[in-house]
Design a protein around this ligand. Structure first.
Ligand SMILES: [Ca+2]
Ligand SMILES: [Ca+2]
Ligand SMILES: [Ca+2]
Ligand SMILES: [Ca+2]
Length: 362
């Protein structure tokens, strides 16, 4: 496995660098209406939660059985119930981004949860049992030494293979196939690699099309193909100060009535941008912010995760978003100042119907 891996990493270094993302003249940011969060996460015994990236999940047959998992960049992984309270904490080291996909293990349906691990440099994996809703450690998979600290992360399932996709602060993106090894522990093999110019982080896979979307924090959003990995990355949206204000952070997909929406965190102005990507087009729909309704506003938004269709008490879907500073709800939503040193970072949950209403999506 070592020789092909080294060859693949050499390929990463020599891979064609895509053209610069388009930049437009200095126009003001596109208006972003406020959407109130429905609830937020709470960690009663840790005032310094260093939240970064969430992922939502629900039982395939029972939408009321749902979870809300979030990384803590300093200490591990929190599993929340849909009321925001902590169900489980896994002290498995500093985690950056998290994602999940269903897998079969010994003939049983399980959910593979995985996150980039920042201390030992690798991918930490857990198994979520859909019947007990318990998350248990599965194993740590080191990423190649030359890759350095794995940073952003997402997963995909394309043509029968489950993929774990870490990226790093130099813009290298690696896609590994992951499966149980002979010992029952996870094993992974490098499949594809790409190289963008600068720091990448947020990413998401459209399992239906095999498209991978990666955020290059200072430059914009790129689309690569897991089915045609030799194709050069294509620019979907540049950091233009209007729709996207650096950094580009989390990326997620929401499917609704035959349409697929790409949603991105515009961290620089604490907003979220939405595109309709059905049929390979990327039509900009609008932007929104999260705040109001008695829950403090989301600022310096980082990771996010959408669940399409019924989950918990949300009949059409929900979006979990990171907030860098959890206030008491009495803030002026237009005031982005919040003393994050004194506050916990947390995750807010938004009802997709409220986003649709705000953006006029029918
Ligand atoms: Ca970042
Ligand atoms: Ca982040
Ligand atoms: Ca806040
Ligand atoms: Ca709050």
């Amino acid at each position: 496995m070592r020789a092909p891996l080294l060859a693949a990493l050499a390929l990463v270094a020599g891979c064609a660098v895509p053209q610069a993302a388009p930049r437009t003249a200095a126009l003001p940011p596109v208006e972003a209406p406020w959407v109130a969060a429905v609830l937020e996460t709470r960690v009663a015994d840790n005032p310094k939660v260093d939240a970064d990236d969430p992922v939502l999940w629900r039982h395939p047959e029972d939408p009321s059985r749902a979870l809300f998992i979030g990384t803590d960049k300093s200490i591990g992984l929190y599993v929340h119930g849909m009321d925001g309270a902590v169900r489980q904490f896994l002290a498995d080291g500093p985690m950056n981004n998290v994602d999940l996909r269903p897998i079969m293990l010994d003939g049983r349906p399980m959910v593979l949860v995985a996150a980039t691990e920042r201390a030992k440099f690798g991918i930490m994996t857990w198994l979520l049992d859909p019947e007990t809703l318990k998350v248990e450690r599965w194993g740590h998979l080191p990423t190649p030494r030359q890759f350095g600290e794995p940073y952003g992360f997402c997963m995909g399932q394309v043509d029968g293979e489950t993929l774990v996709i870490p990226n790093n602060k130099k813009g290298a993106v690696l896609a590994f196939a992951i499966a149980p090894g002979a010992d029952g522990k996870p094993a992974m093999q490098l499949r594809h690699s790409w190289k963008l110019r600068s720091q990448t982080e947020g990413c998401v896979v459209n399992d239906e099309t095999g498209d991978l979307y990666v955020g290059e924090e200072d430059r914009g959003i790129w689309q690569m193909s897991l089915r045609r990995p030799a194709e050069a990355p294509r620019s979907i949206a540049g950091v233009d100060g209007r729709i996207m204000v650096a950094d580009v952070e989390g990326l997620t997909l929401m499917r609704d009535a035959g349409r697929t929406f790409l949603i991105a965190s515009s961290q620089g102005d604490s907003a979220f941008a939405v595109w309709d990507i059905a049929g390979g087009a990327h039509d900009f729909i609008g932007r929104f912010r999260v705040g109001g309704g008695g829950i403090d506003p989301v600022t310096q938004t980082d990771g996010l995760s959408a669940w399409s269709g019924p989950i918990g008490t949300y009949p059409e879907g929900a979006i979990a978003v990171h907030d860098h500073c959890d206030g008491d709800g009495h803030e002026d939503p237009s005031d982005a100042v919040c003393d994050s040193d004194a506050k916990q970072q947390n995750y807010k949950l938004v009802d997709w119907r409220d986003v649709k209403k705000a953006l006029g999506i029918r």
